[in-house]
Design a binder for this molecule. Structure first.
Ligand code: AHR
Length: 497
């Protein structure tokens, strides 16, 4: 019989709450027409959507990355401060759109203050200058008495915002990125930017711009920046119309995290650095359907991916993988949160929660402080065939060599007191339920077990404004039922034991 074993005493890693971060970019309807829409009946006096804010809040994400993404490499933050009617409208070159600058630094940071998010800002290392990056840190973090800090005070916020998280550019390796560079040149430039930013505020956390965790870019950049950065960023997007590839392509993140763990250990050891460097997985998601706007202007609102249950299972798989590698993750950000490859989808007056909303919310809510060892014994497995045509034309994610993969993919975490344990199980089987014995070594509970189950009628099921076919159902079972628990087909289960 299949057994899911949890060794609650064997610690795998501490969970940084920032692992459940999000990302909102000036792109399509993410900010304008999503987070911010003064013309909507749902907006507050600042122009921000209250229904979107409420749905975001329920996701339990602690940190939001802003303003890009590719957008940031042609963004001049000075355009977005001061009276709104005086802010310039610019051609936006990353996504072939127009930037009105109606949401700028003060608008976003004050919204974060009101809503209780930690902001994570990414600087413009494409068309932006050293002075601009230095000035942005000063504007956000310096006490009044100098030029940019006084400007902030004049714009209504005398107290520094105290932004801790700063990324040194976005995807600076890609030719599509404005101002992209070879890795050695990026390192030289990033060290200069890091120096002026740190001299302005020594307390900031700096994140170097990595790639996918698997490339030569990652090795060169980590080697060149290890003494100045606190985190190294990586990005992974996967997805496929083939159900099984969609399920297991997230394992590319497992490969990336394993490699980065070794690379970080190697570099810090060889350089004799007495510091901890972690991974900022600051873009990850399923994304393969809607790629309009990437390479050329489009009539469609860009990147409005409509997710199904298969994608929700893939997102849960990503979360299992992130948690199994929690020891090396300083932050991770679901890309993105509103309308653009996002769990929240709006129209002018309302919203619906896409399928991927539910696993993200369940993990962010129920994951405990420490990941502990879990494994599946004698469980069914699935082998992916090596079929190159399954690789998406945009995102390459061959993972067949990492198989065979478990049909039941699991992770478990406990709280610091060791009393509360959450077990997460993804059943990838597209047809059948799977029975398993859940065994918690040395501490099999006896009380009732709260269970959150996310599933739907079939793997293609989607939600929209009219109907919710995929959502979380809450139930309670007796501990004795864990001796032979039936996990529904194509489902995600989180048990609080
Ligand atoms: O999240 C969408 C885009 O994907 C981001 O702007 C970019 O950083 C990545 O390529």
């Amino acid at each position: 019989m299949t057994t899911i074993r949890v060794d609650a005493k064997r610690e795998i890693g501490r969970v940084n709450p920032r692992l459940f971060g999000g990302f909102v970019e000036h792109l399509g309807r993410s900010i304008y027409g999503g987070l911010y829409d003064p013309d909507s009946s749902q907006s507050d006096s600042f122009g921000f959507r209250t229904d979107v804010a409420a749905a975001l809040k329920e996701l339990n994400t602690p940190v939001l990355r802003w303003p890009g993404g590719n957008f940031v490499s042609n963004y001049h933050w000075e355009d977005g401060i001061g009276p709104k009617e005086e802010r310039p409208v610019r051609i936006e070159l990353a996504w072939h759109l127009t930037e009105t600058n109606q949401v700028g630094t003060d608008d976003f940071l004050q919204w974060c203050e009101r809503e209780g998010y930690e902001p994570f800002l990414c600087i413009n290392m494409g068309s932006g200058s050293l002075d601009e990056a230095q000035g942005w840190v000063e504007y956000c973090n310096a006490p009044v008495g100098t030029y940019w800090a006084d400007k902030r005070a004049a714009n209504g916020h005398p107290e520094p915002y105290g932004v801790k998280l700063w990324a040194l550019g976005n995807e600076m390796y890609g030719e599509y990125q404005i101002g992209s560079l070879p890795p050695e040149e990026y390192v030289t430039k990033a060290r200069q930017f890091a120096a002026v930013m740190r001299r302005t505020d020594p307390s900031i956390t700096l994140i170097g711009c990595g790639k996918d965790g698997l490339s030569e870019w990652d090795r060169i950049v980590l080697e060149g920046l290890a003494d100045v950065v606190d985190m190294h960023s990586i990005h992974t997007y996967t997805g496929s119309p083939n159900y099984w590839v969609n399920q297991y392509a997230p394992y590319q993140a497992e490969r990336a995290l394993r490699r980065m763990r070794e690379l970080i250990r190697d570099v810090t050891y060889r350089k004799g650095l007495d510091k901890e460097i972690t991974i900022s997985y600051d873009e990850w998601n399923v994304w393969y359907r809607y790629t309009e706007g990437i390479f050329a202007p489009s009539d469609q609102p860009p990147l409005e991916e409509r997710y199904d249950l298969s994608d929700a299972l893939a997102v849960a798989t990503y979360m299992n993988i992130m948690l199994r590698n929690a020891d090396i993750i300083g932050m991770a950000n679901l890309a993105q949160m509103v309308n653009v490859i996002a769990p929240i989808f709006t129209n002018k007056d309302g919203l619906f929660k896409q399928t991927i909303y539910y696993p993200f919310q369940a993990y962010a809510t129920h994951t405990r402080d420490i990941v502990v060892d879990t494994w599946v014994h004698d469980g069914p497995q699935h082998e992916l065939e090596e079929r190159p045509e399954w690789d998406h034309w945009l995102w390459k994610h061959p993972v067949a060599d990492m198989g065979p993969f478990q049909i039941l993919d699991t992770v478990a975490s406990i709280d610091k007191s060791g009393r509360e344990l959450t077990l997460a199980v993804v059943n990838h089987d597209d047809q059948n339920s799977q029975k398993a014995r859940v065994e918690i070594l040395e501490s099999q509970g006896t009380g009732p077990v709260k269970v959150s189950t996310i599933t739907g009628p079939n793997p293609d099921a989607q939600n929209d404004f009219e109907r919710t076919d995929v959502a979380t159902q809450e139930t309670e079972v007796q501990a004795s039922e864990l001796d032979n628990y039936e996990f529904p087909p194509h489902s995600i289960t989180l048990m609080r034991i």
